[in-house]
Write a protein that binds this ligand. Sequence first.
Ligand SMILES: CCCC(=O)SCCNC(=O)CCNC(=O)[C@H](O)C(C)(C)COP(=O)(O)OP(=O)(O)OC[C@H]1O[C@@H](n2cnc3c(N)ncnc32)[C@H](O)[C@@H]1OP(=O)(O)O
Length: 561
Amino acid sequence: MASRKSAVLKNNEEETEEKQEEEEEEEVSDSPTEVKMSQIIMPCHCNHRQELCVGQLLKWIDITACLSAERHAMSPCVTASMDDINFEHTIRVGQVVSIKSKVNRAFNSSMEVGIQVSCEDLFSGDHWKVCHAYATFVTQRKETGERVLLKPIVPETQKEQLEYSLAAERRRVRMLHDDIIKDLLTHGCIQQGDSVEFSNAVAAEKTKVESVELVLPPHTNHQVNTFGGQIMAWMVNVATIAASRLCQTHPTLRTIDMFTFRGPSQIGDRLLLKAIVNNAFTDSIEVGVRAEAYQDLGTNRHINSAFMIFEVLDDHGKPCTLPRLQPEPLEGERRFQEAIARKKIRLDRKYIISRKQCEVPLSVPWNPRNQVYLSYNNVSTLKTLASRKKWRLSSEKDKVRLYSLEEKTMLSFRVDTEVDVPAHTAFSLLAELCNRPSWDTYYQKCDLIHQVDDDDFLYHVVTPSVHPSSLGFLSLAKSGEGIHQDFILLASKRRPCGSGDSYVIALRSVLLTSHPPTEGCNRGEVLCAGFIIQDTKNNMSLVKCIISSILKLHLSHLLHP
Ligand SMILES: CCCC(=O)SCCNC(=O)CCNC(=O)[C@H](O)C(C)(C)COP(=O)(O)OP(=O)(O)OC[C@H]1O[C@@H](n2cnc3c(N)ncnc32)[C@H](O)[C@@H]1OP(=O)(O)O
């Protein structure tokens, strides 16, 4: 976990943005599934640096989240997966860690539990966020073999509604996770030549760890299976040893890629834990860990795998330069190259799904590697923006309401209109972007470039040029008489995944190498735009049309045209 100091050295802009987010989060929730756990950190929970062991934290997270899940299911549940976790700060002996969890959404037999971890220094009174996580829990099978079906969650506060809605989008990413990674690794995302030979590189062989654990009663959960938090803690333990062998000092665990619990294990099972450093970059190390369970040697079942990223921090909390790795031939070479691919995916993903949406540039390069995250970002940005509390009503005429929202660098407009058709009809009409020139004079031309999957499409849209001084729309390009403007847009179209969801058509700009800016056309960019459509009464629907751009860029363009 990174140094606490980095939390203190925040600039004012970041602080304002966080305060804004916190204010919006401060809605009082009395969710029946909310569970809180607080622990004072004792030396027995800590490593040699008196910092809380990540393994211990994962155990507490798993228990808290499981209690939320079981409160909702009213029956026993197991952890199916834990999404990527990024640990932002350390927790030290004597401090208090607080874990808060609640069920964001129930699907059929599975549910997403959202977990917030924060820390408190009892002497200074400081509080800070440590990490957030999402875990999926699944109900047990009944005697008939079917799983217990869950009742739906009814979100109450605006924040709960947003989490409910985004949970469906995260589930989509989760389900595709393994396939995306496999696909990328097999389809040439790995670049030959990345494997440079370094002098003084550490042989990967030297970092190998193999350790066995016997599952005893204290290692099991209340259903007498091996406790998920314990498995994760054992995996962190071997990964830390592998990373330490490379850097020959005490590494700090920064990120864990998704844990998937592939199958259960029980008392009496032997758990074989294997870890090896896959690759070492300038300031981070990727360790691969695999857990297998067996009763008799040779009958091993693969129960879990994870990739963990470590750093070595100096006294000021800054990452140190690390020794490089000399991979073993064949398998080691493969893991070395795959770690490079995963690092690229991780960076794209972190950037794209950053909670601070305006950190993402207006146009992100389109790439099969980031397509799932870009479409997640597209939908979540629109939903998050729509759920903001601070929209101000600017005008109202004939039941059409115009709202505006100014947040730091972003200026957004929203037009709410009630239309005379049900939501699914409004969605079908609005989702046909290629038909839009027939009813929207702003769209001169719209061509489908590529259908990415059933719900995501790339379009080329041509509009009349709009001078940026109007500030109402999205041109960042120089405007001139008679020159058109064009956009390369990713359109993510979502039908409701369950009750309480809206129809969504989210649009954002992407960069496509096959479609560079052309002469005679200004390339425009859209950070976030689209429609959110909800059924109202009497076969009518409410269409919210949203458009948003970065104010700062408009203004700087005006100053330096
Ligand atoms: C106190 C803490 C709690 C614990 O310690 S639990 C102990 C650690 N966890 C375990 O041992 C679980 C081991 N894994 C398993 O038992 C199974 O793999 C598991 C998770 C039950 C899934 O079994 P399957 O037979 O694949 O289930 P299924 O096809 O009937 O699907 C049931 C629902 O689960 C979902 N699911 C399965 N694998 C998932 C995953 N990796 N991530 C997210 N969701 C997942 C699946 O989509 C389905 O959902 P739904 O019913 O449509 O809502």
